[in-house]
Design a protein around this ligand. Structure first.
Ligand code: PHE
Length: 472
């Protein structure tokens, strides 16, 4: 264990950085659309219950493990189970997962930067044409944006935990909150805005079924950045005397609030432009919503606030999404960085150089899998569908491995590491934890139904994606 390990300067620094990881592209559009299509307020209630009763225990398991071992996921598993243990594979998986999801996330961040530049430079009319997206993602300018995003992430990470990750979160997260609130206030002044709010919030309990429940849990899981080793790594940068429990709750609340608030921005805007919108008009895909649907909505604002006003709103939206994406991307890349630095004794600069080369190459291939190169566009076939290289990464790592990593973490913490050690770790900085109901709930739930639920989701996903026959 490394005595000189760098730590966040304060608890709030940790909370902002972890919230920066959690608040991402998934919050801005994915959550509002999922809620609207799947029971509105009923979805919100189910989602909040999942966050509180399933995700927070897993979150604490990751953070507690990280803080106790003072290590990245690979070092954390090995530090407790020993270098020869089979658990070391779980450690590697928790490093490879962010490495691969980073590629997927990077591609989307690059597009967001591109659309931000379009909106900023007065070209809202260009991106408002839905067919432009296909042109843009196959254009050479994508490579320029790719280099720009890589440079931003590099510059943040090379500065380290305190002066890089923490400073970026301290600047971008408050800016993001302010922009989001300002957007909501503006959007709610538009005619018909409240029809959108109603559409978003009125509960329809009949819409809740097995697949909605599993979708809500997956959304919550992804949104809180679980199963990625990120919270293990960030937990290792939290000082021992800080209260980890309270911090975890704040991160979960902040993430959920941002997702909820994003709905108050997106849906009223859509309804103000087209009051006859139905749930079927909204695409399940966040990518389609961000890059084809919303630009059209922003453009239509021209009628009420002029082209300049509409461009301004679109620019703020893409900047907001960009900040959300960058702080998430930083957290994803930090996991393999921390592993390389510890295990191979590299300095951060070298570790980031290696990642830039490897992740960069794979990102290029993923970028080329939208039509640019046929081999990568029609990469493979399974589950009765033709898939691109990008789809493959998304299916394997995002849809399949993420819940599997969550399952492994639960099993490791309560069955292998043991309750007492886990409880000791969490009670550092929070003396009341050991006698609390939360402690009892945590130990019970992580030992029983949480791993069972994650295992069921995992099996269902595998059957669905690779064999085309979901259980529910
Ligand atoms: N939580 C982020 C979001 O909602 C995504 C993310 C997932 C970030 C996993 C890091 C790790 O978009």
């Amino acid at each position: 264990m490394n005595e000189k390990r760098e730590h966040f300067s304060s608890r709030i620094g940790f909370i902002l950085a972890a919230a920066g990881s959690a608040v991402g592209i998934g919050n801005m559009v994915g959550f509002p659309v999922a809620a609207t299509k799947n029971g509105g307020g009923a979805f919100l209630i189910v989602y909040a219950l999942f966050v509180a009763f399933i995700c927070i225990p897993i979150m604490l398991a990751e953070m507690g493990l990280g803080r106790r071992t003072q290590s990245d996921p690979q070092g954390a598993y090995v530090g407790i189970a020993g270098a020869a243990s089979k658990w070391r594979f779980a450690g590697w998986l928790a490093v490879i997962t962010p490495f691969m999801i980073g590629i997927f996330y990077m591609v989307v961040t690059v597009w967001i930067l591109g659309y931000f530049v379009y909106a900023l430079t007065g070209q809202l009319d260009v991106i408002a044409d839905p067919s432009h997206f296909g042109v843009f993602i196959n254009s050479k300018s994508v490579f320029v944006y790719l280099i720009a995003v890589a440079a931003i992430v590099y510059l943040i990470l090379v500065m380290g935990v305190r002066r890089g990750i923490e400073v970026a979160a301290r600047i971008m997260m408050p800016a993001l909150f302010i922009m989001l609130l300002a957007m909501v206030v503006f959007v709610l002044t538009l005619d018909n805005a409240f029809a959108g709010v109603k559409f978003y919030l009125i509960p329809d309990f009949s819409a809740i079924n097995g697949s909605v429940l599993s979708g809500a849990l997956s959304q919550a899981f992804f949104s809180l950045s679980l199963g990625m080793g990120i919270l293990i790594t960030y937990g290792s940068y939290l000082q021992k005397h800080h209260d980890l429990i309270g911090a975890a709750k704040m991160v979960a609340v902040a993430d959920t609030l941002v997702a909820f608030t994003a709905g108050l921005m997106v849906l009223p805007a859509i309804f103000a432009i087209n009051p006859a919108t139905t749930a079927a008009d909204l695409s399940d895909s966040s990518v389609a919503m961000i890059f084809t649907f919303l630009p059209k909505i922003f453009m239509a604002l021209e009628a009420s606030i002029g082209y300049l006003g509409a461009s301004f709103i679109a620019t703020v939206f893409f900047l907001l999404a960009l900040f959300a994406a960058i702080t998430s991307l930083v957290s994803i890349v930090e996991v393999p960085t921390a592993t390389l630095v510890r295990k191979y004794k590299l300095n951060r600069n070298k570790a980031l150089g290696i990642l830039a080369l490897t992740m960069g190459t794979l990102t290029l291939l993923a970028t080329a899998s939208f039509g640019m190169l046929d081999t990568f566009t029609n990469f493979i076939q399974y589950g009765g569908k033709q898939k691109s290289f990008f789809d493959l990464i998304e299916d394997i790592f995002y849809n399949t491995v993420l819940p599997f990593n969550g399952l492994l973490i639960c099993l490791f913490v309560v069955w292998y590491w043991r309750q007492d050690n886990f409880n000791d770790s969490l009670s550092e900085g929070n003396a009341n934890y050991k006698s609390s109901w939360l402690q009892k709930y945590m130990n019970f739930s992580l030992k029983t139904f949480i791993p069972v639920i994650l295992a069921v989701i995992f099996v269902n996903t595998v059957l669905d994606i690779y064999f085309g026959m979901p259980l529910f």
